[in-house]
Design a protein around this ligand. Structure first.
Ligand code: NAD
Length: 251
């Protein structure tokens, strides 16, 4: 994949899909800024990339705080002169596995703040920089839950449908500026977020696997492949699209 020396920021890079994505960018020779609300985890990921001979730095950023997103991108541009790729991956599942009538407002606001407003903030500031360069690619991590109905987690569903919508609308606005914006929609994938979902019921794993034609959960590395491809020049005529990586669950 054509990612050599591309300057890449990944949010939520401290664990799961974000960590796997940061490491894959590193293996492809990109300059990686691993950003997370948890700096220790982000630093561990940056260290792994550096130990393998790559270039990486860690940054502490809460994507719900606009000033922190501004600093993340300003510091990256100060250090590396540009921002080629922005991967908006940070996301939370929400604690409230209940139906809509019982969904707590606290959970609603938390999930929307990270998954939806966080993606908006990161796209907005990244676009301001990419406009100056007249080049850039943005990959948003949505979900199968952004394409299909999913019960018992309305805020997550709303936030991920919003990510798909923001991806398409922003792609429409910036195609002529040589900026591409796409999204990856993972199905159930091994990570802390999936562990949280599995803990909701004893038989949850068995229940979920019934809906996956490939009868297994995805691995973070498998989602990372799609993210890197969409970020790379290998997909250079694609914008405003979603790629579903779900072992066939959406079928
Ligand atoms: N794992 C799955 O089954 C699955 C399926 C579909 C979509 N996704 C999406 O993939 C993305 C990554 O999730 P994951 O499964 O790797 O989960 P994860 O919990 O392993 O990773 C999420 C990361 O985001 C970070 N984060 C949380 N809040 C943040 C904030 N406010 N600012 C910055 N960072 C923050 C966490 O510290 C963590 O490192 C999320 O957007 C999630 O919704 C996951």
């Amino acid at each position: 994949m054509d990612l050599e020396n591309k300057v890449v920021i990944i949010t939520g890079a401290g664990s799961g899909i974000g960590a796997a994505t940061a490491k894959l960018f590193g293996r492809h020779g990109a300059i990686v800024v691993a950003s997370d609300i948890n700096l220790e985890n982000a630093q561990n990921v940056a260290d792994v990339i550096k130990e393998a001979g790559g270039t990486a730095a860690a940054a502490k950023t809460d994507v719900t705080k606009f000033e922190e997103v501004q600093s993340l991108i300003a510091d990256t541009v100060k250090d590396y002169k540009r921002l080629d790729v922005m991967v908006n991956n940070a996301g939370i599942g929400g604690a409230n596995q209940k139906k809509t009538a019982e969904h707590t407002h606290e959970d609603w606001h938390k999930v929307i703040a990270v998954n939806q407003t966080g993606v908006f903030y990161c796209m907005q500031v990244a676009l301001q920089q990419m406009m100056k360069q007249e080049y850039g690619t943005i990959v948003n991590v949505a979900s199968l839950a952004g394409l299909k109905a999913s019960g018992n987690n309305l805020s997550y569903s709303a936030s991920k449908f919003a990510v798909v919508g923001m991806t398409k609308s922003a792609a429409l606005e910036y195609g002529h500026k040589n900026i591409r914006i796409n999204a990856v929609c993972p199905g159930y994938t091994h990570s802390a977020l999936l562990d949280q979902l599995l803990s909701a019921r004893d038989d949850m794993e068995e229940l979920l696997k019934r809906y996956i034609p490939m009868r297994r959960f995805g691995e973070a590395d498998e989602i990372a492949e799609a993210i890197c491809w969409l970020a790379s020049e290998n997909s250079k005529f694609m914008t405003g699209q979603t790629i579903t990586v779900d072992g066939g669950t959406s079928l």
